[in-house]
Design a protein around this ligand. Structure first.
Ligand code: NDP
Length: 336
């Protein structure tokens, strides 16, 4: 059983050499009396939070254990089951190992995949954890209204691309920022954002936002934190909402950047709220009922960036932190 293992806790940016590939044996039968399942992993999801678990930090959940297999979200096929609700051949998504086969002792955390008319890989992204993040953060935290001005950072990524399309479906004016010309073109032409800009080419983020939002921003879906958040605060409208989804620009820095414009919160009566997708897992089927029809009708499109083979998983994960991923980064490791 080939596995990706964390070598040791990291400091600063993760490197490929912080992970290594090893082989171990695994029994493909569930132990007698266990209600666990053995799964064959098909697709592994690369997610920004994973690097936080490579560090000894507080407040981000239990970190990975050096010398142990890396865990993350994935799509898998059940090869043996001791659980009454799952049988051999079922497809599932949820937390699994970065390895060919995994024994999952608590299958209650897995979601059974009932709709297989869409690609199974979608359950690492648009129909999985990042999709639910976009849904919860936009509809619940941002409380959007038709015609409002919406800004999204890291907009071409797994979460951002979906938030922008939800906002367009609601009749909002939508602008996204991303880190390359290719991504900016994708935002405008593929995801039909009204406007987009490459934040790496802007000398002055405040000026870029004023250019895109002469009347200000009602809703900011924040994926990056840092300087962008500071500039957005200056451009928010009264009673605006900010969903703090993530702060990917700050995950690797020794000294997090201070946000200096927080006074705007009370001047402009802004509501700024963080959220964790786990709290929304009970709403997963409601989310599917909303999103699946839009995918089937072509009203929502989706871009994935697929690396091939378990060996490519470490480098695929690192792509998130240099912005080399174009769309949702995942790793295909086996055929069904
Ligand atoms: P993406 O697919 O958007 O990939 C990460 C992207 O972040 C990169 O492609 C890059 O895009 C951008 N990025 C990387 N480094 C920086 C930097 N220093 N400054 C600005 N942008 C940077 O990831 P996801 O869609 O999966 O995640 C988006 C955000 O949502 C993350 O902050 C993540 O932690 C958060 N999240 C939060 C959850 C919650 O429960 N609250 C759940 C899931 C995700 P670019 O080229 O545009 O710079």
């Amino acid at each position: 059983n080939k596995q990706v293992v964390l070598r040791d806790y990291i400091h600063g940016f993760p490197k490929e050499s912080d992970m290594y590939i090893t082989e171990s044996s695994i029994c493909l039968k569930v132990p007698q009396g266990s209600n666990g399942v053995v799964v064959k992993n098909l697709y592994l999801s690369c997610d920004p939070y994973m690097q936080l678990l490579m560090k000894i930090t507080q407040g981000h959940g239990a970190p990975f254990t050096p010398g142990s297999v890396i865990t993350g979200y994935g799509v898998a096929k059940v090869v043996d089951s001791g659980h009454p609700n799952l049988k051999t051949g079922d497809f599932v998504w949820g937390t699994t190992g970065w390895e060919e086969y995994s024994l999952i002792k608590n299958p209650e955390s897995l979601f059974k995949i009932e709709n297989t008319d869409v690609p199974l890989s979608y359950y690492t992204g648009i129909l999985g954890m990042p999709g639910l993040t976009a849904y919860a953060g936009f509809y619940d935290i941002c409380a959007p209204k038709q015609g409002e001005y919406v800004f999204i950072s890291a907009a071409s990524g797994a979460v951002g691309q979906l938030v922008g399309q939800f906002a367009k479906l609601m009749g909002c004016y939508v602008v996204g920022s991303a880190g390359s010309k290719q991504k900016v073109d994708m935002l405008k032409n593929k995801f039909r954002f009204d406007e987009a800009f490459n934040y790496k080419e802007e000398q002055d983020l405040d000026a870029a936002l004023k250019r895109c939002f002469p009347e200000g921003i009602d809703v900011y879906f924040d994926n990056v934190g840092g300087k962008m958040l500071d500039a957005v605060l200056l451009n928010m409208r009264n009673h605006g909402r900010i969903a703090v989804c993530g702060a990917v620009s700050q995950y690797n820095v020794e000294q997090p950047e201070g946000v200096t414009n927080l006074m705007c919160l009370f001047y402009k009566r802004i509501r700024m709220e963080g959220f964790a997708v786990f709290d929304y897992f009970p709403q997963y089927s409601k989310f599917l009922d909303t999103v699946l029809p839009h995918i089937r009708d072509g009203k929502i499109v989706y871009v994935e960036d697929v690396a091939n083979g378990l060996e490519s998983a470490p480098s695929a994960l690192l792509r998130l932190f240099s912005g080399r991923n174009v769309g949702k980064q995942l790793v295909a490791i086996a055929h069904e």
